[in-house]
Design a protein around this ligand. Structure first.
Ligand code: MLT
Length: 398
């Protein structure tokens, strides 16, 4: 009989957002009359912006004609999209990238999960707690040694390097779930630490477009020395509403190496290319055409308008919590509000309380790690009307 990968048995029974969805659908079956307001998973509600739609329509036309039809594309993405991303890094962040350092994917979640293919299970991995659950789950699947970095109110949810060394480090800034963002100086400390120990930082920049405070870095490659110690994952899901369309990108610098068992330095860019060409057949031409439109002047303007719309929701949520005297974090450089559960409730208790009494869905902090206990995450991705109504409902019961 076949044997399973035993590591799967150490995982939590279900993925956080599947558990939330299960409880919400049970509630909805019991109360079909209630209008549920969903502020749980960070899923966008505004449609794709006009120029993305136009570009995708044009791409559909291309697919309809023999001369412009596209079959399999390059596994690492079409040059028209990689060039657009290369220019975006240069113009917006002052970061120079080679085209072959950019890999197009179907979203940051896949790449963040798949990157473990490149690394040995013998590695010691630093993962903040609380954190986006994919980092922990995929490392448990591989069987690495996880060391948690304590993120809490004392360090503003931005843990700094420990005394001892490590091999891999997951950082997410602006952070999911807490909304905290590392400063340039803090990221420099991480980069210096990683270069000192030969560690690799796996930097999740999925929320970079939400940075609103001047001077905060939006890419780890804005930090000197990062190209010898970091891989960056980014996504158009939150930047441009691609949660259902699926497109992201990963930057693996050509200067980045890790050691083989024979102590040989291996280029991670080559390893990732090898992995992708074997296991991935690229993102569809139509989606990549839509994604390229995001990086045009018009695309940047239109997507910025959507982000401002979500920021207004974050402001409304913050104002309601302040009115009720409930402490919260985030919401400034991130679409997430990380609030304290009121009246000493634990986070799943508060989840049930809010669902039962206000039909509002959020995400229990404990689902992001032990340090998330006692916290609750609300997203700013609803429409204004639903956000305002959710806040009215919450204010009545808190
Ligand atoms: C979240 O709600 O944490 C994210 O939307 C999940 C994801 O991006 O996969």
């Amino acid at each position: 009989m076949a044997h399973i990968n035993e590591n799967f048995l150490s995982l939590k029974q279900s993925y956080l957002f599947s558990e939330v969805a299960k409880r919400v659908s049970a509630f909805s079956e019991r109360h079909p009359e209630k209008k549920i307001i969903r502020m749980g998973i960070g899923d966008v509600t505004l449609p794709l912006v006009d120029c993305v739609i136009d570009s995708m329509h044009q791409a559909v036309e291309d697919m309809a004609k023999k001369e412009t039809f596209h079959g399999y594309g390059p596994e690492q993405g079409y040059d028209f999209l990689r060039t657009a991303i290369q220019e975006y890094y240069q113009q917006e962040m002052g970061v120079s990238l080679n085209l072959d350092e950019i890999f197009i994917s179907d979203g940051a979640k896949s790449d963040v999960g798949n990157i473990t293919d490149l690394f040995s299970a013998e590695n010691t991995v630093l993962i903040p707690d609380p954190v986006y659950p994919v980092y922990v789950d995929t490392n448990q699947m591989l069987g690495t040694k996880i060391v948690y970095l304590q993120a809490d109110e004392n360090n503003g949810f931005c843990p700094m390097p420990p005394e001892q060394g490590a091999d891999l480090i997951y950082l997410c800034s602006p952070n999911n779930p807490t909304g905290a963002a590392y400063t340039r100086q803090q990221l420099k400390e991480w980069v210096d630490y990683a270069n000192r120990y030969g560690a690799i930082i796996l930097f999740d920049a999925a929320y970079e477009a939400f940075v609103s405070e001047q001077g905060l870095p939006r890419s780890i490659f804005e930090i000197e020395g990062a190209k010898t110690c970091a891989i960056e994952f980014c996504s158009l899901s939150k930047t441009a509403g691609f949660t259902g369309t699926r497109c992201g990108y990963t930057v693996v610098p050509k200067a980045l190496t890790a050691k083989s068992e024979q102590e040989k330095e291996i280029l991670l860019n080559q390893l990732w290319l090898r992995r992708q060409t074997t296991k991935f057949n690229g993102v569809s031409y139509i989606v990549q055409r839509g994604a390229a439109a995001v990086f045009t002047q018009q695309g940047k303007r239109q997507t910025r308008e959507n982000i401002s719309y979500y920021r207004e929701n974050a402001r409304m949520i913050g104002a309601a919590l302040t009115e009720k005297g409930i402490p919260y974090f985030g919401g400034i450089n991130s679409p997430y509000i990380w609030m304290k559960c009121p009246n000493g409730m634990d986070s799943w208790e508060f989840f049930d309380f809010l669902l039962e009494n206000a039909a509002v869905v959020g995400t229990p902090g404990a689902g992001f790690g032990n340090n998330g206990e006692g916290f609750f995450r609300l997203t700013a991705f609803s429409d204004h009307e639903s956000t305002a109504e959710a806040m009215e409902r919450m204010k009545k019961i808190l």
